[in-house]
Design a protein around this ligand. Structure first.
Ligand SMILES: [Zn+2]
Length: 486
């Protein structure tokens, strides 16, 4: 078999995907690829606009006889996550991605492939270019910076788009139709403290929690995995209440959207208590490991003698921190009553970090129901307010509430069954999609998300299933031809 992805079927999609791979388009650096696609549309004589947020909008009139159909917006994001293997010399601002055919998959040489979301962009380009497909009035909406804050979707102004149906081409399981996603909100709580000298007769310890699986704070939150910050707090509070443990420093978690895998703390314990502290620590650590033995078999919880911290966190503040973290909402708060197995509302206690006289606590809250998100945020405000911390919320974006009676869902379900003889699964994700944000600016849009099968997105192992691209394309073409009328 040739190793040229341009020879794969459907050629009209792979040809565009191959061109896109040749143009660097890491998130935040979409200018070149946007210019390339805008030139392409202008050569086709299509109406092309770049909005204030940097999104590219292209309009194509209905094909003859299809003028009465509802307008469809094909939406995909221009940017990709730039990740490479540690040995790779790849420069994401200059070098082209090198796609390779690997069995039934296409992947890249040592880097992310950008099938997320280049496949969606390429399919939309193939529709814009075609003079044989049948479709109603069309718009393509290509957004920027989806992978780094969704500023394109956030900056999209109401009144710009005319279509009534939005097809987001950015999901990763062929044969599944997505009709909902979660909104997100960053909660940051700050405890300020004075340092105090370590009293006489104390001895130092290093406490470590590691070996957890972690995972995505939305998609993996229902798996019951351990949270390193919660586990650390549990052993620290036990040491404080029973043995007078004091905290030198703490650092747990690294990314707000990742379940924390590790936490490290330095502590001081009265020397007279050191033996009983270690004994009881071992008992508690064993109990926690037993609780998590299936979800997190690699968990390690250790306390080892170490240098005494120079100064410790003021005891009164430390006590309040321990109480607040003990009670802090973490994990699944509620499952959806609209869709089986879908998490509706969750919290991830992502980061706990001391330094320069303050301890910062960062959580990522998610919900597909906006009022439930507000309730959770108020819970955090009440709890950490009681504990004397400053509470700040930012980075909020709305969810997309599943609408099982959506007309485009019904039409696409029927089309899929007619075409492939199997019933597509209807799902929602407990993570952010641009649909939530776009839907807030365009509340009347009937939205759906689908795409080819992509595995390990956002990593150098990213790959797209070749056969699924063909099915995705056939399904898109058929759906456009069958788009609902007035
Ligand atoms: Zn994406």
């Amino acid at each position: 078999m040739s190793n040229d992805i341009r020879e794969l079927n459907p050629r009209e999609v792979w040809r565009h995907f191959s061109s896109l791979a040749g143009i660097p388009h890491a998130s935040g650096h979409e200018e070149k690829i946007r210019e390339f696609i805008a030139d392409f549309a202008q050569r086709l004589g299509l109406d092309t606009t770049i909005d204030d947020a940097g999104n590219l909008i292209i309009r194509k009139p209905a094909t003859p006889g299809m003028e009465d159909r509802r307008g469809v917006i094909l939406q995909a994001h221009l940017d990709m996550v730039p990740q490479k293997n540690s040995g790779s010399q790849h420069d994401f601002l200059r070098d082209p991605i090198e796609p390779v055919i690997d069995g039934g998959w296409v992947r890249a040489r040592g880097t992310t492939l950008g099938a997320d979301n280049g496949m969606g962009v390429a399919a939309a380009m193939a529709v814009l270019e075609s003079d044989s497909l049948r479709h109603g009035p069309l718009e393509a909406l290509f957004t920027v910076e989806e992978e780094s804050g969704m500023s394109g979707a956030m900056g999209l102004k109401p009144g710009l788009l005319r279509g009534e149906i939005l097809m987001n081409l950015d999901s990763e399981d062929e044969g599944e139709l997505f009709i909902g996603c979660a909104g997100g909100l960053d909660a940051t709580m700050t405890f300020t403290y004075g340092e105090q000298a370590v009293p006489d007769g104390y001895t130092g310890f290093m406490i470590a929690v590691r070996g957890l699986r972690g995972g995505h704070s939305g998609m993996d939150i229902s798996l019951g995995r351990g949270n390193a910050n919660k586990i650390m707090n549990r052993v620290l509070q036990d040491g404080y209440l029973r043995h007078g443990l004091l905290l030198g420093s703490i650092e747990g978690g690294s990314l707000r959207n990742a379940i924390p895998r590790e936490s490290m703390a330095t502590a001081a314990v009265p020397a007279s208590q050191a033996d009983s502290f270690l004994e009881e620590f071992a008992v508690l650590a064993a109990a926690i490991k037993t609780e998590l033995s299936i979800a997190d078999p690699g968990l390690q919880i250790e306390a080892v003698p170490a240098a005494l911290p120079g100064r410790v966190v003021e005891e009164e503040v430390f006590g309040r921190l321990l109480d607040a973290l003990r009670a802090c909402p973490d994990g699944v708060m509620r499952m959806s009553s609209l869709m089986a197995g879908l998490v509706e509302t969750s919290s991830n206690l992502a980061i706990v970090k001391s330094g320069n006289g303050s301890i910062q606590v960062e959580c990522l809250l998610r919900s597909s129901v906006d009022s439930a998100m507000e309730d959770l945020a108020d819970m955090m405000r009440s709890l950490f307010g009681l504990a004397g911390a400053a509470v700040v919320f930012d980075g909020g974006y709305p969810g997309w509430k599943p609408e099982p009676a959506s007309p485009i869902l019904k039409r696409m379900r029927d089309t899929y069954i007619g075409k492939f003889g199997t019933t597509p699964e209807v799902r929602a994700v407990h993570a952010g999609l641009e649909c939530g944000i776009i839907g807030a600016a365009y509340p009347l849009l009937d939205m759906i998300s689908f795409g080819p099968t992509i595995r390990y997105p956002h990593s150098p192992d990213e790959k797209v299933d070749i056969l699924s691209v063909g099915k995705f394309w056939d399904f898109l073409v058929e759906t456009l031809a069958q788009a609902p009328g007035e």
